[in-house]
Structures are given as C-alpha cells and as structure tokens.
Design a protein. Structure first.
Lengths: 184, 163
C-alpha cells in the first residue's frame, strides 16, 4: 500500500480526517485497556481533577493510527486507478515524544494531521527505507490534544542488492536465520 | 488526607519508591483478540490475514504494536499494588517494538518505577516515570516504553524533596 519510498514527499502536511469520540466508544476502549475510574465511569469521574470522563490518551493515539492506515489504503487505490503500482508499507519500529496535552471528552471532534519530516534508507533492513513522521491531533477548539514522532517503514522501488545483501535476504527466508537477524 | 474519595486508599506518591517493580502477570493473546483490535485501529494485512502475514517481514500473524502496548497498560493497572491514585498519563517516550507478538503468545514482564518527583507547579501532584519491559513466554523482550504519569500526593503541604 501507499507510495514507494522514493516517491514519498517530505514536509508536506497530510490531513488524515477527524473523528468524533462518543461516550460509548470511550467506555468500551477503556474497559478493555485503560480501566481507571475517570476513563470508564461518568459519575465517579466527576471526583477527578478532569471533572468528568475523558478518553484514554492511548485511545486518541490508536484512532490516529487508524486514520493513517486508512490514508495509506486510499493512496493505494488512487495509484491503482492511475494504472501505477503501489508501494509496500512495513511495521513501525517505534515511537517517541508522545504527549497528551488536552483531555479528549465525549463529543469532542479530533482532527489528525501527519507530516513526513525526513526519510532515509535503512541500514539494518536491506530494501527498506525509514520514514520519520510527526502526527498531531487537535480538538474542535483547535487545541492540541496529542502529538507523537512515529518511525515508519516503506519498501524501496529501486533496490538493487549487492552480493552480501542478496545472501542476507536469502538467509532471512529461512526462519532460524530470520530470528538471528531480528536480534539486535 | 486525600480529598478524592475514590482514590483515598489507592497508592499515593508517598507509598511508592524508585526501583519498585510491578509484575505484569500473564495475558494470553488469541487470534481473535489480535484481529478484533487490528480491524478497529491498525488494519494492515499482516495483523489480519494469516497467509499474507506469513510472507511479510514479520513471518506470521502478529498483534499490532498498539495492541501490545494497550495490553501492557491494562496489565500494569490491574497489577498495581492497591491501584494507583493516578491523575492521568502525560505521555510516552522511547516506545520500541523489538519482536512481534504472535498468535497464542503469553505476554508478561515488568514495570519499574525509574524516577519520581514532585510537580513544581502543583504541590498536589507527583510525577512518576514507569519503564515497561514487556516480554513473551520465552522471557524475550518484545516491547519497551516509558510512561510519565501524574499521581496524587497524600500530603501536599509536605516540603518538596530534592528535585
């Protein structure tokens, strides 16, 4: 899905769309993953310093991930319609500087924006490139509710492995060796 | 005394110490859990489709990293001694996915309190740093992350300790 590494544009903000957080989905998520009283019980939450029930920060972040994946699939569809071959996305190695600035409350409409701030070829994974992404989310009052720096993986279109890399790629197809490669 | 009747018997800032370890217990992760979470929040084919996943970088159907973290947060809350008198999370740092969480793996591991300080701006709050080391059933670290979280101070009028 998405574009090939070579075609990905830097520093061009992408609007990922918005999501309205309902009371029901806040409670449903938090009962499973973040069951603190101010995340699951509107009455008890009044005793907290938030003064009412709020979404889990992790929920706000997970919705951002969904918005990003939806954008990648939409881009894939667009490329196929244009008769082009879409690229391949890989799993994320990590995230840093994730902060929750303003609580998200039931009924809040949160807008997500993604910017690819830089990219480079991976040293450890031949044929793949690293993307450095910044995601920002704001509420209906344009207050920042969440931001994070996410690392993404994208396949190289023009990858011509040298002999050493060819051997490494061949070995990675064998499960035992693949596990060895994963160990850092 | 804490003013909050919900959290009055929960662990406050004064009840915790640097180096304290919370065991995350054991959570078995089924295919159904993985697919349910991924279809909501991270619908990449390597989290949903077994055949596709076998050919992918991850080598088989595995959980979304966002799911692994969510399960670790839940395990930390469930296993925190006397529950935490939490004022909410401020944010996460250094989230690293080291190994995939595969179908039927059992996750566990530890959370260590690596730092504690009183809030300079609000004497009612302490800020604790929680280091998550999430492991699979073979004891291999699959994920690391650090959470800064607000915690109620039982006695806000007590002097701020060394910064």
């Amino acid at each position: 899905m998405t574009r090939w590494f070579e075609d990905i544009e830097i520093n061009k903000p992408i609007f990922l769309g918005s999501h309205k957080f309902s009371l029901e989905e806040i409670i449903e998520f938090n009962k499973q993953y973040d069951n603190q009283y101010f995340h699951i019980d509107p009455e008890l939450a009044k005793y907290s310093h938030f003064g009412g029930i709020i979404a889990s920060g992790w929920h706000t972040a997970c919705v951002g991930q969904r918005k990003m994946v939806d954008m990648l699939f939409a881009e894939e569809e667009r490329l196929i319609e244009e008769g082009k071959e879409p690229g391949v996305s890989g799993p994320s190695p990590g995230i840093n500087n994730m902060t929750f600035r303003t609580p998200v409350r039931p009924g809040d409409e949160v807008s997500y924006q993604l910017t690819i701030t830089s990219k480079r070829k991976s040293n450890s994974l031949p044929g793949w490139g690293l993307l450095f992404l910044e995601i920002k989310a704001t509420n209906q009052d344009n207050k920042l509710v969440y931001r994070a720096d996410i690392v993404g993986l994208s396949k190289l279109r023009d990858f011509k492995p040298n002999l050493k890399q060819k051997l490494a790629l061949l070995l990675m197809k064998i499960p035992l060796f693949r596990n060895l490669f994963r160990k850092k | 005394m804490s003013a909050n009747p919900i959290t009055k018997d929960y662990s406050h800032f004064e009840d915790l110490h640097i180096g304290q370890v919370i065991d995350l217990g054991q959570t078995k992760v089924t295919k159904q859990m993985i697919v349910e979470f991924a279809s909501k929040f991270d619908p990449f084919p390597f989290h949903l489709d077994e055949e596709y996943a076998k050919k992918s970088l991850l080598g088989g159907l595995c959980a979304s990293g966002w799911h692994t973290a969510a399960l670790a947060i839940k395990a930390c809350l469930d296993n925190f001694p006397n529950k935490l008198a939490s004022g909410g999370g401020l944010g996460f740092e250094n989230i690293k996915w080291k190994k995939p969480l595969m179908v039927n793996d059992i996750i566990g591991g530890t959370v260590t309190i690596s730092n504690m300080r009183r809030s300079a701006s609000n004497p009612q709050w302490g800020i604790i740093t929680l280091n998550f080391d999430v492991c699979n059933q073979r004891g291999e670290t699959i994920m690391l992350m650090t959470l800064n979280n607000l915690v109620d101070v039982r006695n806000p009028s007590a002097k701020l300790e060394e910064a």
